[in-house]
Write a protein that binds this ligand. Sequence first.
Ligand code: PMP
Length: 282
Amino acid sequence: MPELASVNGVVTPIEEATVPIEDRGYQFGDAVYEVIASYGGRLLAFEAHLQRLTRSMKALAFAPMPLDSLRGAVVGLFERAEIARAAVYLQVSRGVAPRNHAYGAAMDPQIVITVREVVEKPAELRERGAAVITVPDERWQRCDIKTVQLVPNAMAKQKALDAGAFDAIFISREGEVREGTSSNLFAVRDGCLITHPLTPNILPGITRRLVLDICRRERLTVEERIFLEDDLFAADEVFLCGTITEVLPVAAVDGQPIGDGGAGAITKRLYDGLLALAVGTG
Ligand code: PMP
């Protein structure tokens, strides 16, 4: 089960893969990406990820790229790696060119794919829930585009770990709850789920969408609306969701326990629903 990389179709072990130093992804963060998870050798929501990647590329005015070749490249590497529970990373940069802020004429996008084994989260974290901290959202105003410009996310995540927490939640200047460093967030109050609406301030998470689909199927009430940090503290349940995060209960925010501190009933139900979808029984 080798962990493999592909750079423009050239396949090597991950440690041996390199990109040219004038790749615009490397010098300008001028690249978009996706992470797709597999369960039992099956990629979850692959088409939705490809659609979002296309949307991100369009938003940055990248040269159009045939989806079929991208799909084929991902499936080819995934199958070759033979890792049943994998995280497939797919990055497309605008291309390689002499360093210049302006990008001018369309260039050939550079495609990097890696396939790695997923390290499962400890069962205790899933059962007891994660501690999170809040941080001011200092990111740019197009967080709906999935670019590799992740320094604010990386710094917030490190701040959380340094504080003994699992993750950080971005809060706007107005006190609005946005999302985690690599996940979306839901709060549950009196049986109703609340999550930030799709605006340029959050990533339109694929898992968020899967969770919303499960809610609809299970007739759970959902409000996609702006809510405040104070609403978080008053919630019965809070959870994060994302491709690698899956559905993860939040036990405490800034040291204050949420609900009774463990994984809530609705969170558990949605986690089970997501896993059922992932393994093809949902
Ligand atoms: N928000 C941010 C900032 C993220 O990086 C991610 C992970 N890609 C998510 C939300 C969750 O998105 P998804 O469910 O598509 O993984």
